[in-house]
Design a protein around this ligand. Structure first.
Ligand SMILES: [Zn+2]
Length: 495
């Protein structure tokens, strides 16, 4: 009985913590949790901003008057800079150097007007709870195949994460401006349609231009129950309500999942848009995590998907330059069900879509509001990941690969490295007889190079191919023939 009473008190306190949200909110970092866990803090209704298991801390947004409730919970508590948690007076209404709602719209309409052959004007896909347009932009060239696969990028599903639409504006700008100069930009736009929804949660983002700047959820405060909004990234239909870890049934929690899967107009728009474009891959942008994070499914439970090795190797390559951590949500932070990534990856409504989530390496939610250099830096870090995701996705469609056989006397090719390759491709082959015939093709089937290797011992051998100076970035096929057997493997040239 006593335990229930304490839980009741906690619930009341939790509601107060959230509902008293105002200008007195602070962000604190708890190092070394004591007698509690991330999960228990969430269950108690605390607003978890970021988690880092490696460095052993959790960041929490809390009304200053409730700071004392945290005193016993961690070895050290540090108050984080004010700019992390709110827009400073000079930046309210326009979000400082982040793109506010009007600037985001102006950016994409201007880009479409400047590059009409590549960037299509924004198209409304539906309306938010308060009736604002949720718009998409398509970027592609008029070259290449007629049925190009779609790749989907989106940001600001959580309205207090303004680093994310900056990252996608930067990527769109790079694709459009570099199409004529950069072989990779040309390759991506000649072979795919890049779709971007820069503001998934426009009501929350508009609300954040004033007030406490801490709106994460949508602005549905009334339907069907009184709440402080619905966490759109817990409202998707794959394993929705699987459990209460990182996804709350409590209407005033920051991770409130809503009354039913796809109950919200914003998630319905993303559902129908995704099913229409049927993407081969997607990238879902969030902020923040210090040092950055790349996340892949499953998110609802800490277990690998059938695509674990692909997710892992791509994430490893994507983070090779920026040093972001990568892994499943449950490994890096905490599991959460009903999120956009799991639903995009696996459901019967569209083809399998290799989906990644990113936590941008920003300083808190608003910490770069006066710092263009910091914004430029995290945009560049994410641009490389966006490029590589596109290249990897395009390397996995539209080409036949011979299955590698196993056993003695059977030809196989293994150990392609590095992949992607810049200058020199190394690979190993298991060879049944003393001669090999090697051919390199590009994705359109043009032969790039061809050579023989004679007088080999049968067994494993190491081979090497120097990338010709003029070979453009893209996906290539390595074909090896020996003793009337043929095998092949893809690799990507990226420089
Ligand atoms: Zn988020």
């Amino acid at each position: 009985m006593k335990k229930h009473y304490i839980q009741f008190l906690f619930l009341i306190l939790s509601v107060l913590v959230v509902s008293n949200a105002g200008a007195s909110e602070v962000m604190v970092r708890l190092f070394g949790l004591r007698d509690c866990s991330i999960e228990s803090l969430m269950a108690d209704g605390y607003d978890i901003a970021s988690v880092d298991h490696n460095r052993n801390y959790v960041d929490i947004v809390i009304d200053e008057s409730y700071l004392s409730t945290l005193e016993s919970k961690a070895a050290t508590i540090r108050v984080l800079p004010e700019s992390w948690v709110r827009l400073l007076p000079e930046n309210t209404d326009d979000a400082g150097f982040y793109l506010d709602p009007e600037e985001t719209w102006a950016f994409w309409t201007d880009l479409a007007a400047t590059y009409p052959g590549l960037v299509q004007s924004p198209v409304t896909q539906g309306q938010s709870f308060q009736g604002r347009d949720i718009y998409s932009i398509c970027i592609t060239s008029s070259s290449g195949p007629s049925d190009k696969p779609a790749i989907f990028f989106n940001s600001l599903i959580h309205a207090r994460e303004p680093a994310t639409n900056s990252v996608l504006a930067d990527f769109g700008l790079w694709l459009a401006t570099e199409y004529d100069n950069d072989t990779m930009a040309a390759y991506i736009l000649d072979n795919s349609k890049i779709y971007i929804i820069p503001i998934v949660n426009p009501d929350g983002y508009v609300d954040n231009m004033t007030g406490d700047n801490m709106q994460r959820k949508n602005m549905n405060y009334t339907t069907p129950v009184s709440s402080s909004g619905i966490d759109l990234n817990r409202n998707f239909g794959y394993q929705w309500e699987y459990d209460d870890l990182g996804s709350s049934p409590e209407p005033y929690d920051e991770t409130y999942r809503g009354s039913a899967a796809f109950s919200e107009p914003e998630t319905q728009v993303i559902q129908s848009f995704t099913n229409t474009i049927n993407p081969i891959g997607s990238m879902h942008y969030h902020s923040y995590a210090e040092g950055g994070m790349v996340i892949y499914s499953w998110n609802y439970v800490n277990q690998p998907t059938p695509h674990q090795s692909t997710f892992q190797s791509w994430a490893s390559a994507m983070t090779a330059q920026n040093g972001y951590q990568y892994g499943r949500c449950g490994e890096l932070m905490y599991p959460s069900n009903g999120d956009a990534c799991d639903w995009s990856y696996e459901n019967s409504e569209h083809q399998t879509c290799l989906s990644f989530g990113v936590e941008v390496d920003d300083d808190g939610f608003w910490g770069s509001q006066n710092d263009t250099l910091a914004i430029a830096e995290f945009c560049a870090e994410c641009r490389f990941m966006n490029k590589l995701l596109c290249m990897n996705l395009l390397g996995s469609v539209g080409i036949e690969v011979t299955t590698e056989a196993e056993g003695t006397g059977i030809l196989s090719v293994t150990g392609i490295s590095p992949n992607p390759v810049m200058n020199s491709l190394n690979f190993s082959a298991s060879v049944p007889s003393g001669a090999l015939f090697v051919t390199i093709f590009d994705l359109s089937g043009r032969q790039i190079d061809q050579f023989d290797v004679e007088n080999l011992e049968s067994g494993d051998c190491q081979l090497n191919w120097e990338i010709p100076a003029g070979a453009p970035n893209g996906v290539y096929m390595l074909i090896i023939e020996s003793s009337n057997q043929t095998v092949g493997s893809r690799f990507t040239v990226l420089r």
